[in-house]
Design a protein around this ligand. Structure first.
Ligand code: PLP
Length: 385
Protein backbone atom coordinates (compact mmCIF):
# COMPACT_ATOMS: atom_id res chain seq x y z
CA UNK A 1 0.00 0.00 0.00
CA UNK A 2 1.38 3.46 -0.87
CA UNK A 3 2.13 6.01 1.88
CA UNK A 4 -1.06 7.37 3.51
CA UNK A 5 -2.07 10.88 2.49
CA UNK A 6 -3.12 13.44 5.11
CA UNK A 7 -5.50 16.02 3.65
CA UNK A 8 -6.92 17.29 6.93
CA UNK A 9 -4.62 20.17 7.89
CA UNK A 10 -7.60 22.39 8.78
CA UNK A 11 -8.44 19.88 11.54
CA UNK A 12 -4.92 19.81 12.93
CA UNK A 13 -1.27 19.84 11.87
CA UNK A 14 1.77 17.87 13.03
CA UNK A 15 3.98 19.56 15.62
CA UNK A 16 7.01 21.02 13.87
CA UNK A 17 10.38 19.65 15.04
CA UNK A 18 11.67 23.20 15.64
CA UNK A 19 8.66 23.83 17.90
CA UNK A 20 9.18 20.63 19.88
CA UNK A 21 12.86 21.47 20.29
CA UNK A 22 12.04 24.95 21.60
CA UNK A 23 9.56 23.51 24.11
CA UNK A 24 11.54 20.57 25.49
CA UNK A 25 13.67 22.44 28.10
CA UNK A 26 10.43 23.56 29.80
CA UNK A 27 9.43 19.95 30.41
CA UNK A 28 12.89 19.39 31.94
CA UNK A 29 15.24 21.64 33.86
CA UNK A 30 13.42 24.92 33.09
CA UNK A 31 10.25 23.87 34.93
CA UNK A 32 9.77 26.96 37.10
CA UNK A 33 6.53 28.81 37.82
CA UNK A 34 6.69 32.29 36.24
CA UNK A 35 5.10 33.79 39.38
CA UNK A 36 7.91 32.56 41.67
CA UNK A 37 10.52 35.08 42.68
CA UNK A 38 13.51 32.71 42.79
CA UNK A 39 15.81 31.90 39.90
CA UNK A 40 13.62 29.10 38.48
CA UNK A 41 10.67 31.45 38.48
CA UNK A 42 12.60 34.32 36.94
CA UNK A 43 13.85 32.04 34.19
CA UNK A 44 10.29 30.90 33.39
CA UNK A 45 9.03 34.52 33.49
CA UNK A 46 11.74 35.57 31.04
CA UNK A 47 10.80 32.75 28.65
CA UNK A 48 7.12 33.65 28.86
CA UNK A 49 7.80 37.35 28.27
CA UNK A 50 10.00 36.53 25.31
CA UNK A 51 7.33 34.23 23.82
CA UNK A 52 4.75 37.00 24.20
CA UNK A 53 7.06 39.49 22.52
CA UNK A 54 7.85 37.16 19.64
CA UNK A 55 4.20 36.30 19.04
CA UNK A 56 3.31 40.00 19.20
CA UNK A 57 5.89 40.78 16.53
CA UNK A 58 4.25 38.31 14.11
CA UNK A 59 0.98 40.26 14.50
CA UNK A 60 2.27 43.82 14.58
CA UNK A 61 1.02 44.00 18.18
CA UNK A 62 2.31 45.20 21.55
CA UNK A 63 3.24 42.28 23.85
CA UNK A 64 0.72 43.39 26.51
CA UNK A 65 -2.07 43.01 23.91
CA UNK A 66 -1.57 39.24 23.81
CA UNK A 67 -3.17 36.77 26.14
CA UNK A 68 -2.24 33.08 25.97
CA UNK A 69 -5.24 30.75 26.19
CA UNK A 70 -5.75 26.99 26.25
CA UNK A 71 -7.07 26.89 22.66
CA UNK A 72 -8.84 28.82 19.92
CA UNK A 73 -12.19 27.97 21.48
CA UNK A 74 -11.24 29.68 24.73
CA UNK A 75 -10.01 32.76 22.85
CA UNK A 76 -13.34 33.01 20.97
CA UNK A 77 -15.33 32.62 24.21
CA UNK A 78 -13.27 35.25 26.02
CA UNK A 79 -13.74 37.71 23.17
CA UNK A 80 -17.48 37.32 22.68
CA UNK A 81 -18.66 36.80 26.24
CA UNK A 82 -15.98 38.98 27.87
CA UNK A 83 -16.66 42.03 25.69
CA UNK A 84 -20.44 41.61 25.84
CA UNK A 85 -20.44 41.32 29.66
CA UNK A 86 -18.36 44.45 29.88
CA UNK A 87 -20.34 46.58 27.41
CA UNK A 88 -23.90 45.56 28.27
CA UNK A 89 -23.58 47.91 31.25
CA UNK A 90 -23.65 50.89 28.88
CA UNK A 91 -26.78 49.64 27.15
CA UNK A 92 -25.19 47.67 24.35
CA UNK A 93 -26.89 44.32 24.81
CA UNK A 94 -26.55 42.62 21.42
CA UNK A 95 -23.79 40.35 20.12
CA UNK A 96 -23.60 39.93 16.35
CA UNK A 97 -21.96 37.21 14.29
CA UNK A 98 -22.43 35.03 11.20
CA UNK A 99 -24.10 31.63 10.86
CA UNK A 100 -20.93 30.17 9.29
CA UNK A 101 -18.68 30.64 12.34
CA UNK A 102 -16.98 27.77 14.11
CA UNK A 103 -19.05 26.34 16.97
CA UNK A 104 -16.65 28.07 19.38
CA UNK A 105 -18.14 31.42 18.36
CA UNK A 106 -21.70 30.18 17.89
CA UNK A 107 -21.64 28.51 21.31
CA UNK A 108 -20.35 31.72 22.93
CA UNK A 109 -23.15 33.64 21.21
CA UNK A 110 -25.73 31.22 22.65
CA UNK A 111 -24.23 31.81 26.09
CA UNK A 112 -24.69 35.56 25.63
CA UNK A 113 -28.37 34.90 24.84
CA UNK A 114 -28.62 32.58 27.85
CA UNK A 115 -27.34 35.41 30.07
CA UNK A 116 -30.00 37.79 28.75
CA UNK A 117 -28.25 39.29 25.74
CA UNK A 118 -29.58 39.57 22.23
CA UNK A 119 -28.06 37.14 19.73
CA UNK A 120 -28.02 38.42 16.14
CA UNK A 121 -26.89 36.51 13.05
CA UNK A 122 -25.91 38.26 9.83
CA UNK A 123 -27.17 36.89 6.52
CA UNK A 124 -24.87 35.22 4.02
CA UNK A 125 -24.72 35.29 0.23
CA UNK A 126 -24.67 31.89 -1.48
CA UNK A 127 -21.06 32.63 -2.53
CA UNK A 128 -19.97 32.36 1.12
CA UNK A 129 -19.47 36.10 1.54
CA UNK A 130 -21.38 38.20 4.03
CA UNK A 131 -24.58 39.92 2.90
CA UNK A 132 -23.64 43.59 3.15
CA UNK A 133 -27.09 45.11 3.84
CA UNK A 134 -27.56 42.81 6.83
CA UNK A 135 -24.33 44.17 8.33
CA UNK A 136 -25.71 47.72 8.12
CA UNK A 137 -29.00 46.53 9.58
CA UNK A 138 -27.71 44.49 12.55
CA UNK A 139 -24.42 46.12 13.56
CA UNK A 140 -25.98 49.17 15.19
CA UNK A 141 -25.85 51.32 18.34
CA UNK A 142 -27.38 48.50 20.44
CA UNK A 143 -24.57 46.07 19.56
CA UNK A 144 -21.68 45.48 21.96
CA UNK A 145 -19.56 43.21 19.81
CA UNK A 146 -19.46 41.88 16.27
CA UNK A 147 -17.48 38.75 15.38
CA UNK A 148 -16.74 37.71 11.80
CA UNK A 149 -14.30 34.91 11.01
CA UNK A 150 -11.46 35.81 8.67
CA UNK A 151 -11.22 32.42 6.88
CA UNK A 152 -13.92 29.76 7.11
CA UNK A 153 -12.69 26.34 8.23
CA UNK A 154 -15.01 24.32 5.99
CA UNK A 155 -14.87 26.14 2.65
CA UNK A 156 -11.92 28.51 3.00
CA UNK A 157 -13.89 31.64 2.05
CA UNK A 158 -12.24 34.83 3.22
CA UNK A 159 -14.24 37.81 4.50
CA UNK A 160 -13.13 41.42 4.09
CA UNK A 161 -12.14 41.84 7.74
CA UNK A 162 -10.36 45.22 7.38
CA UNK A 163 -13.46 46.85 5.91
CA UNK A 164 -15.88 45.13 8.33
CA UNK A 165 -13.80 46.22 11.33
CA UNK A 166 -13.87 49.83 10.12
CA UNK A 167 -17.62 49.75 9.57
CA UNK A 168 -18.22 48.25 13.03
CA UNK A 169 -16.18 51.06 14.59
CA UNK A 170 -18.28 53.70 12.83
CA UNK A 171 -21.15 52.48 15.02
CA UNK A 172 -19.05 52.14 18.16
CA UNK A 173 -19.14 48.32 18.00
CA UNK A 174 -16.13 46.29 19.21
CA UNK A 175 -14.89 44.00 16.42
CA UNK A 176 -13.53 40.48 16.88
CA UNK A 177 -12.26 38.08 14.24
CA UNK A 178 -11.58 34.36 14.55
CA UNK A 179 -8.29 34.05 12.66
CA UNK A 180 -7.66 30.41 13.58
CA UNK A 181 -7.66 29.38 9.90
CA UNK A 182 -6.37 32.72 8.61
CA UNK A 183 -3.05 32.91 10.45
CA UNK A 184 -0.31 32.04 7.97
CA UNK A 185 -2.72 32.34 5.06
CA UNK A 186 -3.43 36.08 5.02
CA UNK A 187 -1.17 38.93 6.13
CA UNK A 188 -2.31 40.02 9.62
CA UNK A 189 -1.10 43.32 11.01
CA UNK A 190 -2.73 44.94 14.03
CA UNK A 191 -1.05 48.25 13.11
CA UNK A 192 -2.91 48.56 9.82
CA UNK A 193 -6.09 46.51 10.33
CA UNK A 194 -8.42 47.85 13.01
CA UNK A 195 -9.76 44.63 14.58
CA UNK A 196 -10.06 44.94 18.37
CA UNK A 197 -9.70 41.25 19.16
CA UNK A 198 -8.33 38.30 17.19
CA UNK A 199 -8.22 34.57 18.06
CA UNK A 200 -5.43 32.12 17.21
CA UNK A 201 -4.93 28.40 17.76
CA UNK A 202 -1.54 26.68 17.94
CA UNK A 203 -2.39 23.27 16.56
CA UNK A 204 -3.39 24.65 13.15
CA UNK A 205 0.12 26.07 12.62
CA UNK A 206 2.53 23.40 13.82
CA UNK A 207 2.31 23.90 17.61
CA UNK A 208 0.65 21.31 19.88
CA UNK A 209 -3.05 21.08 20.67
CA UNK A 210 -4.01 22.96 23.83
CA UNK A 211 -2.54 26.41 23.23
CA UNK A 212 -4.10 29.48 21.67
CA UNK A 213 -3.97 33.23 22.01
CA UNK A 214 -6.29 36.19 22.04
CA UNK A 215 -5.10 39.55 20.78
CA UNK A 216 -6.86 42.35 22.70
CA UNK A 217 -6.17 45.88 21.45
CA UNK A 218 -5.18 48.31 24.22
CA UNK A 219 -8.26 49.98 25.69
CA UNK A 220 -10.72 47.25 24.61
CA UNK A 221 -13.23 46.58 27.38
CA UNK A 222 -13.30 42.88 28.30
CA UNK A 223 -14.41 41.17 31.53
CA UNK A 224 -12.50 38.00 32.47
CA UNK A 225 -14.23 34.61 32.28
CA UNK A 226 -12.19 33.10 35.12
CA UNK A 227 -11.36 34.46 38.55
CA UNK A 228 -8.59 33.81 41.01
CA UNK A 229 -4.97 34.66 40.38
CA UNK A 230 -3.53 37.87 38.98
CA UNK A 231 -1.75 36.30 36.03
CA UNK A 232 -2.00 38.24 32.76
CA UNK A 233 -3.16 41.19 34.90
CA UNK A 234 -6.30 39.27 35.92
CA UNK A 235 -7.42 38.93 32.29
CA UNK A 236 -6.82 35.19 32.41
CA UNK A 237 -5.87 33.85 35.82
CA UNK A 238 -4.09 30.50 36.19
CA UNK A 239 -0.43 29.49 36.11
CA UNK A 240 0.80 30.12 32.59
CA UNK A 241 1.74 27.21 30.33
CA UNK A 242 5.27 28.34 29.58
CA UNK A 243 6.28 25.43 27.32
CA UNK A 244 3.21 25.81 25.14
CA UNK A 245 3.54 29.59 24.93
CA UNK A 246 7.14 29.15 23.76
CA UNK A 247 5.96 26.56 21.21
CA UNK A 248 3.19 28.80 19.88
CA UNK A 249 5.54 31.74 19.44
CA UNK A 250 8.07 29.61 17.55
CA UNK A 251 5.37 28.10 15.32
CA UNK A 252 3.96 31.56 14.58
CA UNK A 253 7.37 32.93 13.60
CA UNK A 254 8.08 30.04 11.25
CA UNK A 255 4.59 30.22 9.74
CA UNK A 256 4.82 33.93 9.03
CA UNK A 257 8.33 33.64 7.58
CA UNK A 258 7.13 30.96 5.15
CA UNK A 259 3.69 32.43 4.48
CA UNK A 260 4.00 33.88 0.97
CA UNK A 261 5.88 30.95 -0.51
CA UNK A 262 3.68 28.34 1.20
CA UNK A 263 0.45 30.08 0.13
CA UNK A 264 1.66 30.14 -3.47
CA UNK A 265 2.57 26.45 -3.30
CA UNK A 266 -0.70 25.38 -1.68
CA UNK A 267 -2.78 27.56 -4.01
CA UNK A 268 -1.22 25.90 -7.05
CA UNK A 269 -1.79 22.41 -5.64
CA UNK A 270 -5.38 23.24 -4.66
CA UNK A 271 -6.13 24.67 -8.13
CA UNK A 272 -4.61 21.64 -9.84
CA UNK A 273 -6.66 19.28 -7.69
CA UNK A 274 -9.90 21.17 -8.31
CA UNK A 275 -9.35 21.40 -12.08
CA UNK A 276 -8.53 17.69 -12.31
CA UNK A 277 -11.60 16.69 -10.30
CA UNK A 278 -13.94 18.99 -12.23
CA UNK A 279 -12.61 17.63 -15.51
CA UNK A 280 -13.43 14.05 -14.53
CA UNK A 281 -16.58 14.81 -12.49
CA UNK A 282 -18.17 17.75 -14.34
CA UNK A 283 -21.25 17.89 -12.07
CA UNK A 284 -19.16 18.21 -8.88
CA UNK A 285 -19.76 21.38 -6.86
CA UNK A 286 -16.87 23.23 -5.23
CA UNK A 287 -18.26 25.33 -2.43
CA UNK A 288 -17.24 28.99 -2.23
CA UNK A 289 -15.29 28.82 -5.49
CA UNK A 290 -16.57 32.17 -6.71
CA UNK A 291 -15.41 34.05 -3.60
CA UNK A 292 -11.91 34.98 -2.39
CA UNK A 293 -10.53 31.90 -0.63
CA UNK A 294 -7.54 30.89 1.46
CA UNK A 295 -5.37 28.44 -0.49
CA UNK A 296 -5.47 25.45 1.87
CA UNK A 297 -9.12 24.35 1.85
CA UNK A 298 -11.37 22.90 -0.81
CA UNK A 299 -14.84 21.53 -0.18
CA UNK A 300 -16.36 19.39 -2.89
CA UNK A 301 -19.79 17.74 -3.20
CA UNK A 302 -20.53 15.09 -5.78
CA UNK A 303 -24.28 14.62 -6.27
CA UNK A 304 -25.35 11.02 -5.80
CA UNK A 305 -22.71 10.27 -3.14
CA UNK A 306 -22.66 10.83 0.60
CA UNK A 307 -19.85 12.14 2.77
CA UNK A 308 -19.70 9.29 5.22
CA UNK A 309 -19.39 6.52 2.61
CA UNK A 310 -16.87 8.56 0.62
CA UNK A 311 -14.78 9.32 3.70
CA UNK A 312 -14.66 5.64 4.56
CA UNK A 313 -13.76 4.65 1.00
CA UNK A 314 -11.00 7.29 0.94
CA UNK A 315 -9.73 6.17 4.34
CA UNK A 316 -9.54 2.55 3.14
CA UNK A 317 -7.22 3.80 0.37
CA UNK A 318 -5.12 5.69 2.93
CA UNK A 319 -6.49 9.18 2.22
CA UNK A 320 -7.60 11.21 5.26
CA UNK A 321 -10.15 13.97 4.61
CA UNK A 322 -13.06 15.36 6.57
CA UNK A 323 -16.78 15.86 6.07
CA UNK A 324 -17.08 19.20 7.79
CA UNK A 325 -15.37 20.55 10.85
CA UNK A 326 -13.41 17.95 12.81
CA UNK A 327 -15.28 18.77 16.00
CA UNK A 328 -18.37 17.15 14.48
CA UNK A 329 -16.65 14.07 13.12
CA UNK A 330 -17.87 10.85 14.61
CA UNK A 331 -21.41 12.15 14.17
CA UNK A 332 -21.73 13.48 10.66
CA UNK A 333 -24.64 15.91 10.43
CA UNK A 334 -25.12 18.23 7.44
CA UNK A 335 -22.76 21.16 7.75
CA UNK A 336 -24.28 24.30 9.34
CA UNK A 337 -21.98 26.33 7.09
CA UNK A 338 -23.33 24.86 3.84
CA UNK A 339 -26.91 25.03 5.14
CA UNK A 340 -26.43 28.75 5.89
CA UNK A 341 -25.33 29.30 2.28
CA UNK A 342 -28.53 27.68 1.02
CA UNK A 343 -26.86 24.50 -0.25
CA UNK A 344 -29.57 21.79 -0.57
CA UNK A 345 -29.36 19.07 2.11
CA UNK A 346 -28.46 16.26 -0.33
CA UNK A 347 -25.57 18.30 -1.80
CA UNK A 348 -24.38 19.42 1.67
CA UNK A 349 -24.57 15.79 2.79
CA UNK A 350 -22.07 14.86 0.07
CA UNK A 351 -19.43 17.43 1.02
CA UNK A 352 -15.83 16.34 1.47
CA UNK A 353 -13.31 18.83 2.83
CA UNK A 354 -9.72 18.40 1.73
CA UNK A 355 -7.27 20.67 3.48
CA UNK A 356 -3.69 21.04 2.35
CA UNK A 357 -0.59 21.89 4.34
CA UNK A 358 3.02 21.03 5.09
CA UNK A 359 2.47 17.31 4.41
CA UNK A 360 0.89 17.88 0.98
CA UNK A 361 3.15 17.19 -1.99
CA UNK A 362 2.67 17.17 -5.75
CA UNK A 363 2.53 13.37 -5.64
CA UNK A 364 -0.29 13.42 -3.05
CA UNK A 365 -2.41 15.62 -5.29
CA UNK A 366 -1.74 13.45 -8.35
CA UNK A 367 -2.86 10.35 -6.47
CA UNK A 368 -6.00 11.92 -5.02
CA UNK A 369 -6.92 13.39 -8.41
CA UNK A 370 -6.71 9.88 -9.91
CA UNK A 371 -8.39 7.95 -7.12
CA UNK A 372 -11.23 10.26 -6.10
CA UNK A 373 -13.13 9.97 -9.43
CA UNK A 374 -12.79 6.18 -9.30
CA UNK A 375 -14.34 6.10 -5.82
CA UNK A 376 -17.10 8.46 -6.93
CA UNK A 377 -17.97 6.19 -9.83
CA UNK A 378 -18.14 3.18 -7.51
CA UNK A 379 -20.30 5.04 -4.98
CA UNK A 380 -22.68 6.16 -7.73
CA UNK A 381 -22.92 2.64 -9.12
CA UNK A 382 -23.72 1.28 -5.65
CA UNK A 383 -26.33 3.99 -5.07
CA UNK A 384 -28.22 3.09 -8.27
CA UNK A 385 -27.78 -0.71 -8.00
N1 PLP B 1 -12.14 28.55 15.02
C1 PLP B 1 -11.92 27.93 13.86
C2 PLP B 1 -12.18 28.65 12.57
C3 PLP B 1 -11.43 26.62 13.83
O1 PLP B 1 -11.19 26.00 12.67
C4 PLP B 1 -11.19 25.97 15.07
C5 PLP B 1 -10.73 24.56 15.10
O2 PLP B 1 -11.09 23.76 14.26
C6 PLP B 1 -11.43 26.68 16.26
C7 PLP B 1 -11.91 27.97 16.20
C8 PLP B 1 -11.18 26.06 17.60
O3 PLP B 1 -9.81 25.99 17.89
P1 PLP B 1 -9.29 24.95 19.01
O4 PLP B 1 -9.35 23.59 18.39
O5 PLP B 1 -7.89 25.38 19.31
O6 PLP B 1 -10.19 25.09 20.18
Amino acid sequence: MPEPIYLDHAATTPVRPEVLEAMLPFFGPRFGNPSSLHRWGREARAALDEARERLATTLGAHPDELCFTSCGTEADNMALIGVWRSRREIGRNAAVSTPIEHKAVLGALHEVAHEGGEERLLRMQSSGLLDDPSFDELVDEAAAVCSVMWVNNEIGVMQDVPSLARRAHERGVTFHTDAVQAFGKVPIDAKTTPFDLLSLSGHKIGAPKGIGALYVRRGTPMSPLMFGGSQDRGRRPGTENVAMAVGLARAAELTVAERDEECRRLGELRDRLESALLERIPDAVIHGRGAPRAPHVTSISVPGTDSEAMLMALDLRGIACSAGSACQSGSITPSHVLSALGVPADVAGAAIRMSLGSMTTDACITRVAELFPVLVEKARRLATA
